[in-house]
Design a protein around this ligand. Structure first.
Ligand code: DHE
Length: 530
């Protein structure tokens, strides 16, 4: 590997000292010294903490050519120098020289000596059934309302707190695998919760007895998981390998691996997978192939679409007509982030670099409209509500301080609400007139806006802890309280009265990220993510 000469300056050096150090490097004056560094060492110093020692991903994605198909090496230079908006990727332009950045790009675009694989047997070897079903209690071992509990993910030290949504007492705090990401998903009755970690571990946790019951490693670098509406299956979406992995929801045993590739065998990362209950199918959007995949899990192959019975397996685009038939819907752009209407007839999605969003009609299997969405909308946290007799979709944008309000009948943007910076998460509840949106990026990242759903105006801006990011809101079962994270290692979950907007409790937590209420999730409240 290329050896880079690093000029390291002693931290005590003055500006004049630094200049003289550079000029007089050849005479070896004491403040400065030249150091040889190999590119793998440079990677270890600056990248490995997030992207993994062997480039297989960690908190950040894997950095192998096979999972960077949409990124040109020249663009990667820009990402390293300037950072990547709406991710945790910082800018290194002031820490690394142009030569160092180019060397890192060459390094990450070099395929590894052996391509990492995660085969059926690898998955099976990691499987552990910790508590058999018949050893679990029939009723909760705690006094909390099982439908008003929350899971709070604490990213700072990789734990999850199980919270009573009435008393706001932490019932149990348990360690999780490294870097849980995305929404944990509940079984349809709310008894179990399934976690996915960025490094592929899937865990099943019992909300009655507050213990893990099974786990398995389904991938190397994972996006998220979905649970089928009938509670029988868990589907895992992976970046690495390019796959969807179907597990038995009872014990997380492997049922099937779907390799994700186009007609020519070119693989793709999966952007995310969701359950679509009325369709009895999983819907996955892909990152490197402009397609949406619909995988039916119902035993009955004759779904009713618009009152018409037809054999799903005979639909155009259906490959693999056996159990779990895969229907491929071809699009003209990729989907990085997406969202469904409440009926799961429409998928609303966007690519990171697109100037417009797209509406895909899942019954007819094609794009039917474009949306005016150009600020990298975070559609995954989009929510809907009724406004003047019609349903509207609200989504924050990761690249601009704005919330777009879209009429879901004609797909026109009816309002752009200016915010004090780009937001990540948005939430509401059927029983509150307010929608909450954070300001995740920029100098105002410690603020949260409250929008009146009736007037589409910001009516209050909270700043719960100056200087610390305030983000991600979730309501309790009845919409009486809103819980907000102070996203810091010395952070907290703050409980607000959802009507008066006054703080009622502050629960210390270690960088709490998402909070997930059992009732709101299993009833698929329009105000929360599904
Ligand atoms: Fe997330 C959900 C993708 C970065 C915290 N994020 C999701 C989901 C997707 C996604 C597809 C939906 C999963 C689900 O519901 O099953 N996230 C992405 C990205 O592509 C992005 C921008 C880059 C990346 O690093 O992958 C990204 N996400 C982040 C973060 O940097 C956040 C802030 C911190 C973290 O944990 O890494 C973050 N994402 C979250 C959270 C959710 C989430 C807390 C769940 C939201 C919910 O309420 O459902």
């Amino acid at each position: 590997w290329l050896i880079i000469f690093h000029i390291r300056v002693h931290p005590c050096s003055s500006v004049a000292g630094i200049l003289s150090s550079i000029l007089l490097l050849s005479s070896f004056i004491p403040q400065a010294y030249a150091e040889e560094i190999t590119v793998p060492e440079l990677y270890r110093q600056h990248c490995a903490e997030c992207h993994g020692d062997n480039r297989l991903g960690g908190m950040g994605p894997a950095l192998l050519p096979a999972v960077m198909r949409r990124l040109e090496p020249e663009q990667a230079v820009g990402v390293i120098a300037e950072g990547r908006p709406a991710t945790q990727m910082p800018a290194y332009g002031d820490k690394l020289s142009t030569t160092e950045i180019q060397a890192l790009v060459d390094y990450i675009f070099t395929p590894p000596a052996t391509m990492p694989a995660w085969s059926e047997s690898a998955i099976e070897t990691t499987h552990r059934l910790l508590v058999p079903r018949d050893s679990l209690p029939v009723a909760p071992v705690h006094e909390a309302d099982p439908l008003n509990m929350f899971v709070v993910v604490e990213l700072g030290d990789h734990h999850a707190s199980i919270l009573d949504g009435d008393s706001f007492e932490v019932l149990k705090r348990v360690p999780t695998r490294y870097a849980l990401h995305g929404g944990p998903k509940y079984s349809p009755d709310g008894r179990f919760v399934y976690f996915a970690s960025r490094n592929g571990w899937i865990a099943k946790f019992d909300m009655y007895s507050l213990q893990y019951v099974a786990e398995v490693r389904a991938g190397i670098n994972t996006r998220n998981l979905a649970v089928s509406a009938d509670g029988r299956y868990v589907m895992v979406a992976n970046y690495l390998p390019n796959s969807l992995v179907l597990l038995d929801a009872r014990d997380l045993r492997l049922l099937r691996i779907f390799e994700v590739a186009d007609d020519h065998g070119n693989g793709s990362r999966v952007s995310a997978v969701y359950d679509a209950p009325p369709r009895q199918s999983f819907i996955a959007a892909l990152k490197d192939i402009p397609e949406v995949w619909e995988i039916r899990y119902a035993d009955n192959p004759l779904p009713v679409y618009k009152g018409l019975m037809h054999d799903y397996r005979m639909e155009e685009g259906v490959i693999d007509r056996g159990p779990f038939p895969v229907r491929r819907i071809k699009l003209d752009d990729y989907l990085d982030d997406f969202f469904f209407d409440q009926s799961y007839t429409h998928l609303i999605g966007a690519a990171r670099n697109a100037s417009n969003g797209q509406v895909v009609h899942l019954d007819v299997g094609r794009k039917i409209a474009e949306l005016e969405l150009d600020g990298l909308p975070h559609l995954g946290s989009g929510i809907t509500w009724e406004y003047q007799g019609r349903t509207v979709l609200a989504t924050p944008h990761l690249k601009k301080g704005e919330v777009s309000i879209i009429d879901m009948e004609n797909w026109k943007t009816i309002k752009r609400i200016k915010t004090e910076g780009p937001g990540f998460f948005m939430r509401s509840h059927e029983n509150t007139p307010y929608a909450w949106v954070d300001v995740f990026f920029g100098p105002n990242r410690d603020k949260v806006h409250i929008i009146d759903k009736r007037s589409l105006e910001i009516v209050r801006t909270l700043r719960p802890e100056p200087g610390k990011t305030a983000a991600h809101i979730e309501f309790d079962r009845n919409g009486e309280h809103a819980l907000l994270s102070i996203w810091d290692n010395e952070g907290a979950v703050i409980v607000y009265d959802a009507e008066t907007l006054e703080e009622v409790r502050r629960l210390p937590m270690v960088k709490p990220s998402g909070k997930y209420n059992v009732h709101n999730k299993i009833t698929r409240s329009a105000g929360t993510s599904h």
